[in-house]
Design a protein around this ligand. Structure first.
Ligand code: SF4
Ligand code: SF4
Length: 125
């Protein structure tokens, strides 16, 4: 079986095509109350999450790639962006959830608010 066919076979069993349904964006490490208030505003929006891993802080946007076809295959496979080419099909999020490597994970506004209240004694003051 070719490398492409192995990938297609594995991906066809990956419901939701995990790696084609979000983007991440590095952000400066939030430190002040004002930084976290800004982050709270961002997480108040549907589909926006945040996490911290060994490399820093990131926003995660749940959004389907416009090149993902209805059949679940990439419609621009031969000219897909570098980051898609570089993604390792052999050991991906289908094998191990990305969250496993997060130091902190804020799936929504309330999760981050709870963290802010613990981190800043006078958050509500
Ligand atoms: S997460 Fe892995 S199995 Fe799922 S679509 Fe992406 S490469 Fe394929
Ligand atoms: S360009 Fe293709 S491989 Fe890359 S995220 Fe979009 S659908 Fe997936």
């Amino acid at each position: 079986m070719s490398e492409l066919n192995v990938a297609i076979d594995k991906c066809s069993r990956c419901h939701g095509r995990l790696c084609c349904n979000y983007i991440t964006q590095w952000i400066a490490t939030p430190r002040s109350k004002r930084d976290f208030e800004f982050l709270l505003w961002q997480l108040a929006h549907r589909g926006v999450r945040a996490y911290q891993d060994d490399e820093g802080w990131y926003l995660l946007f749940e959004t389907r790639c416009s090149h993902l076809g209805d059949d679940g295959l990439c419609t621009i496979y031969d000219e897909r962006p570098y980051i898609c080419r570089d993604y390792d099909h052999d050991f991906c999020e289908h094998d191990e959830p990305a969250e496993k490597h997060f130091k902190r994970y804020f799936p929504d506004y309330n999760a981050l608010l709870t963290y802010c209240r613990k981190r800043f004694k006078r958050w509500d003051g």
